[in-house]
Design a binder for this molecule. Structure first.
Ligand SMILES: Nc1ncnc2c1ncn2[C@@H]1O[C@H](COP(=O)(O)OP(=O)(O)OP(=O)(O)O)[C@@H](O)[C@H]1O
Ligand SMILES: [Mg+2]
Length: 250
């Protein structure tokens, strides 16, 4: 069911509740957001605020408890499992903090891997993988396995793999979290290039340097979207409380 009007990505009163024993955890407590096409959105929030949950739901990796996500006029909740799998494969490139590469495969094989499920013949898969690894600056590391690559290089392979099926939307969950400062910045620049080439990029990060590249910012607290001012106030309160607690008792 397509709806002609509205933003490219529309999130409406999105909720995700987990049951831990008898206790309910509201990972997302009613998120409403519009994300226009070809933007670079940064999602910030303290640990446990629901950032990964939001990204997983957007990527069709999980289903919400209630509420809606409408992508390019199509509601994800109206899709059956097969349609959702096609959505994940064609529309979404997912990048994780821990790279998630297949350790027994070299860079080329890792990047070519998702193309297998798209029914691309072997010779074309290889050609496309070479092209993508070149794009992320790894033409000299095609035959290296993950253990023979630096963290930054592994994340570049993961980005190339995420791009294999030419997705419109790139979702990255703390993609620089396991990297040193310089490699992290290189990855942000690469994500920014993808944005400039026309992709819609959504990145969860704690790194304020991402604001150089971002067109939109979303702040989460306790599963809700808050303003930047509310977010800063909560952050400075948390900092104060933490430093008071760490002061020696008189
Ligand atoms: N599978 C699950 N079962 C139960 N509770 C969960 C599950 N996944 C997440 N949660 C809870 O939901 C809340 C949001 O989790 P989420 O992983 O989205 O946070 P986050 O903002 O990504 O945090 P971090 O910065 O630590 O990655 C947390 O309180 C978490 O404990
Ligand atoms: Mg997370």
């Amino acid at each position: 069911m397509r709806q002609a009007n509205g933003a490219y990505i529309q999130i409406r009163d999105l909720r995700k509740t987990y049951l831990m024993g008898k206790q309910k955890v509201h990972a997302l407590a009613g998120i409403t957001l519009d994300i226009p096409r070809n933007t670079f959105t940064v999602v910030m929030g303290p640990s446990g605020s629901g950032k990964s949950t939001l990204l997983y739901l957007l990527g069709g990796l999980d289903r919400p408890t209630s509420g809606q996500i409408i992508i390019d006029g199509t509601a994800l909740d109206k899709m059956d499992e097969n349609e959702l799998a096609v959505y994940r494969r064609k529309k979404i490139g997912f990048i994780f903090q821990s790279f998630n590469l297949v350790q027994t495969m070299n860079a080329l094989e890792n990047v070519a891997f998702p193309l297998r499920f798209a029914g691309v013949p072997a010779s074309k898969r290889r050609k496309r993988a070479v092209e993508l690894l070149r794009q992320v600056g790894l033409e000299n590391r095609m035959h290296h396995k993950p253990t023979e690559l630096s963290g930054g290089q592994q994340q570049r392979v993961a980005i190339a793999r995420a791009l294999a099926n030419s997705p419109d939307i790139i979702l990255a969950d703390e993609p620089t979290g396991n990297l040193d400062t310089a490699s992290g910045f290189g990855i942000m620049q690469l994500l920014s290039e993808l944005h400039r080439s026309g992709k819609t990029v959504i990145v969860v990060t704690h790194d304020p340097r991402i604001h150089t590249f971002a067109t939109h910012s979303v702040y989460l607290l306790d599963g809700k979207v808050v303003s930047e001012a509310e977010f800063q106030a909560a952050a400075s309160f948390a900092f104060q409380t933490a430093s008071e607690e760490s002061e020696p008792k008189k």
